[in-house]
Design a protein around this ligand. Structure first.
Ligand SMILES: Nc1ncnc2c1ncn2[C@@H]1O[C@H](COP(=O)(O)OP(=O)(O)OP(=O)(O)O)[C@@H](O)[C@H]1O
Ligand SMILES: [Mg+2]
Length: 487
């Protein structure tokens, strides 16, 4: 699996990019160096040739002057003199350091060789074409291979140029230099590059792999920790590396996710426990009643009583299951609730009608205040459920002879509905929990109730982007304030 690891992939990509770059760099470098070495050689040869032409010119002029002084007819014996002069000049300059490594040959205007430096290295003949071109007055560069019988063939760079006076070619100078030094230099450059190339790629690869390993070390330790995390030990957390980079962020995000998952798991566990408990009580009651009634023959009236009370227990269980189902479906829904403009007063009145009978039984006064014509936006069924649960609580937790006030206030941005009762109130320590599932403050007092009503209220209010506030003082009453946004 190593070849699939990030470390391997990054290192390989890294090395490949470096190899390509180095290869391109080396090739360009080699060609640049080679071109400039050859260009330099050409410049050197042409400047040496120019120097020779002017030196021979001076030498010849001096000689002519000397001959004239001795009375000979210099002009008539130009050619003979030139050959001797050229030979003498070549002999005299054979030790010139400027001409070291440069082979000089001089041809007369007919193309006959008249003088050449000592070591011609087999560069005796130039091609007829170049010689002809020189006779025509053209200078040319050429590359020749020596034909020296005892030595191995050697390449030479040759420059041939005519010396022109009064529009006619007087003689031709040919200079040549072996290309060996250049070839040697280029060869050693090639070897250096060739050796350095793999070494550089290898060193960078190894360093790269090490760096990647160093960078990914926290990830390795994270993987080990994550392996140890199960549903049971979600308290286990990743150690956050203090690197301030993506890896630290990853660890933090993972820990956040763990915390959320842990919360979800715990609440799921509690839900199961609570649910089992809630169902167990009525089932135990049912079982007990049946067992007692079955002990002996009873009168039809006794059976009817047992069946009636059983039916109550079954109703309770049905309500529990219905409430749970409602909560589950509200929480699981993906889409927003249907949003319609609703007449708030009408909605509250119809909800109040539902609890009126119970309030009357307990002699609780139900009052409504607020201007009419206020509307809210939302799902009618859900908002009715919300207010029903709150009013149901108000009636349930208010003793006989109490009072419930419903009032509506509207401002620029929201509508506030408050339900105020004169009931038993909620201790402030319990207030943060009353919206949790199965949480009951007054369970002993209430004849029924599972602690699901306010959980449903909270889910609906959240879905409508609303909020709920509770103000309560035990013994004197509770106020629930629901705020719904206008839009
Ligand atoms: N108006 C109120 N006055 C006093 N206590 C209240 C009031 N409303 C809610 N409570 C307390 O908050 C708890 C949670 O309320 P919730 O409506 O969720 O559950 P419930 O009324 O007990 O049961 P359910 O609504 O599921 O039948 C209640 O058990 C009660 O103790
Ligand atoms: Mg309730």
């Amino acid at each position: 699996m190593f070849y699939k690891s990030i470390r391997f992939k990054v290192t390989i990509v890294y090395m490949a990019i470096l190899a390509i770059t180095l290869y391109a760099f080396s090739t360009i470098l080699y060609h640049q160096v080679s071109k400039s070495l050859y260009d330099n050689m050409d410049t050197l040869l042409s400047s040496r040739a120019e120097g020779i032409v002017s030196a021979i010119g001076t030498y010849w002029a001096t000689e002519k002057l000397g001959t004239m002084r001795y009375g000979a007819d210099a002009l008539a014996s130009d050619n003979v003199d030139f050959a001797t002069i050229a030979q003498r000049w070549v002999g005299a300059t054979s030790k010139d350091p400027k001409l070291l490594n440069i082979i000089v040959q001089i041809f007369d205007a007919k193309g006959e060789i008249v003088a050449s430096s000592k070591n011609t290295q087999g560069i005796t003949s130039v091609s007829e074409q170049t010689l002809f071109a020189a006779l025509q007055g053209k200078s040319t560069f050429d590359t020749l291979t020596s034909s020296f019988p005892t030595k191995k063939a050697q390449a030479f760079r040759v420059f041939i140029t005519p010396a022109i006076q009064n529009d006619s070619v007087e003689y031709i100078v040919q200079v040549a230099s072996p290309l060996d030094p250049i070839a040697n230099a280029l060869n050693s450059l090639k070897v250096t590059l060739f050796v350095l190339f793999p070494i550089t790629v290898l060193i960078t690869g190894v360093t790269g792999a090490f760096l990647v390993k160093l960078t990914l070390r926290p990830v390795d330790s994270m993987i080990r920790t994550i392996h140890g995390i199960t549903a049971e030990n979600m308290k286990m957390k990743l150690r956050i590396p203090n690197t301030k980079d993506e890896i630290q962020k990853l660890a933090e995000t993972f820990n956040d996710m763990l915390a959320r998952l842990e919360h979800a798991f715990t609440s799921q566990k509690h839900l199961f426990e609570d649910l089992s408990h809630e169902l167990k009580t009525p089932l135990t009651i049912l079982k007990g009643e049946f067992e007692v009634v079955l002990k002996k023959m009873r009168s039809p009236g006794d059976y009817e009583d047992v069946l009636k009370s059983s039916l109550e227990e079954i109703d309770k269980m049905t309500r529990l299951v219905e409430n749970l189902l409602m909560l589950a479906s509200l929480e699981a829904r993906q889409a927003m609730p249907e949003k319609r403009t609703l007449d708030l007063n009408g909605l509250l009145k119809s909800v109040a009608d539902n609890v009126k009978r119970l309030a009357e039984i307990k002699n609780i006064a139900l009052a409504f205040s607020g201007k009419s014509g206020i509307s809210v936006i939302g799902d009618e069924k859900e908002l009715k459920q919300l207010f029903l649960n709150i009013l149901d609580n108000a009636v349930k937790y208010t003793p006989e002879g109490g009072r419930i006030d419903i009032s509506v206030v509207e401002d620029m941005r929201s509508t506030r509905i408050s339900v105020k009762d004169t009931g038993v109130g909620i201790p402030s320590a319990d207030i943060p929990h009353i919206f949790d599932r199965f949480y009951r403050v007054h369970s002993a007092r209430s004849s029924y109730g599972f602690g699901l009503g306010l959980s449903i209220v909270k889910v609906i209010a959240d879905a409508h982007n609303g909020s709920i506030k509770v103000e309560s003082s035990p013994g004197s009453g509770t106020t629930f304030i629901i705020t719904l946004p206008l839009k």
